[in-house]
Design a protein around this ligand. Structure first.
Ligand code: ATP
Length: 412
């Protein structure tokens, strides 16, 4: 268990943390969120004993981390730092093995080195075993981050402190890394992590702490902390918070205040991707229409749950002429038409309809999860040539820019 009591930390001449108190229970995964410079790294480095507070105490498992030896603290707390430059030609396996150092006997017993179980398990669980023999200088930034996580796992301390553990990871490894931490916590470890991606923090953490300007301004469940009122004040922006239709956890979108949300948007997108796109645009305050969408589709449910006017069709069948006309009129009336993983359409009518779109936005097939055959790829290539290409994460910003652009040109 971690207990931080009334901690104040000054760096340079400036107070960076002021009177911060918090606790993390055994078997709990707590995320620290907040804007750049809020003091997240400072807080984590005070918890792992690297920084000594000017006032207040930090105990981990009942041990005051600022009064004990570094070796004793290392047996209690393993850290994954934000950045680590490794100056020597160590192999990845060497680095992970360094996690065993706190268990080394002072007088040379090499047992900790020969006990490879922890090292091998750490390499396996972090998906780094494949490049264990390579020099640490010859792996990518994201791979290095996973190696540092492996070193922390090899350390086998009951508490994990992670500073931006997913910052340079691809989407797959972001999710794998945080679910690994969640698994370790389910196995009994305690974890505290600074996480910039609010959606990922909400998805994996049991509880969140919102740090702003050196103070904790909100704490509690992700649903409690990811509240626009708190977020807007902390991040000095306007945010829209919704529920991710796929994960069922809060999803935060930062808005660009300078762009008015005007003009209707039509979404042709099915499944999880279509649902995400609809949810984001709805969060962003757009007037939406959607379809055609097959009955039972997640995107259809998402649209209906948000009172979006939708064209529902029977799966796998060619569109009826009346449906085609309705689709054409939705596309004509929309300032922007977004195509994101469109449903199967044997007649090709959906793609035909998009040719008259005022502005076409295409969600990159890289983020499309349904299987693509050669014909799908060719169709996506044709769409990409005609439209503005984006991804699910940036779709709101892209559509905001596209609609704002239209306003400028219509005023001219
Ligand atoms: N070594 C230092 N000397 C003086 N000031 C520092 C030092 N390190 C950090 N600071 C300042 O302390 C404040 C908090 O920094 P910290 O790194 O803890 O923030 P953070 O929330 O982790 O930010 P980010 O999200 O950008 O990583 C910042 O204003 C920063 O400029």
């Amino acid at each position: 268990m971690i207990a931080v009591e009334d901690v104040t930390v000054t760096r340079g001449d400036l107070p960076v943390l002021e009177g911060v108190s918090l606790s993390v229970s055994e078997g709990e995964f707590v995320g620290v969120v907040g804007p750049n410079g809020a003091g997240k790294t400072t807080l984590l480095q005070t918890i792992n004993g690297v920084l000594t507070p000017d006032a207040g105490t930090v105990t981990v498992g009942g041990l005051n981390v600022h009064e004990e030896s570094a070796r004793a603290v290392s047996r209690r707390v393993a850290t994954v730092p934000q950045e680590a430059t490794v100056g020597f030609e160590f192999s990845v396996a060497d680095i992970v093995e360094m996690g065993r150092t706190p268990y080394a006997s002072r007088f040379g017993s090499p047992e900790y080195l020969t006990d490879h179980r922890y090292v091998q398990r750490a390499l396996d669980r972090t998906d780094t075993a494949q490049f264990a023999d390579r020099s640490i200088r010859e792996v990518s930034g994201g791979e290095r981050q996973r190696v540092l996580l492996a070193r922390a796992l090899a350390q086998d301390a009951p508490t994990l402190v992670l500073d931006e553990p997913t910052a340079s990871l691809d989407v797959n490894h972001q999710v794998r890394t945080l679910s690994l931490v969640a698994d370790l916590v389910a196995e009994g470890k305690t974890a505290i992590a600074a996480i910039h991606d609010l959606d990922l923090a909400a998805r994996f953490c049991d509880r969140l702490l919102l740090l702003s300007d050196g103070s904790l301004v909100a704490r509690g469940s992700p649903e409690t902390v990811l509240d626009s009122e708190y977020l807007d004040a902390a991040f000095e922006t306007t945010t829209a918070v919704g529920i991710d239709p796929v994960t069922g956890t809060p999803s935060v979108t930062a808005m660009d205040d300078s762009c008015a949300r005007e003009g209707r948007v039509h979404v042709v997108g099915s499944g999880a991707i279509g649902a995400r796109v609809l949810s984001r645009l709805h969060q962003g305050g757009f007037d939406l229409t959607a379809g055609p969408l097959p009955r039972g589709d997640l995107a259809l449910e998402t649209a209906r749950g948000r009172d979006v006017e939708t064209i529902a069709v029977r799966p796998f069948e060619a569109l009826e002429p009346a449906t085609e006309r309705r689709l054409d009129s939705f596309v004509d009336e929309a300032a922007v038409t977004v195509v994101a993983d469109p449903p199967l359409d044997p007649s090709g009518a959906i793609l035909d309809a998009t040719t008259t779109a005022n502005t076409l936005v295409v969600v990159d097939p890289e983020s499309v999860v349904s299987p693509m055959d050669d014909e799908d790829t060719a169709q996506y290539d044709r769409l990409r040539e005609r439209g503005v290409v984006t991804d699910t994460k940036s779709v709101l910003e892209t559509v905001v820019t596209a609609t704002a652009g239209q306003e400028v040109s219509s005023d001219d």
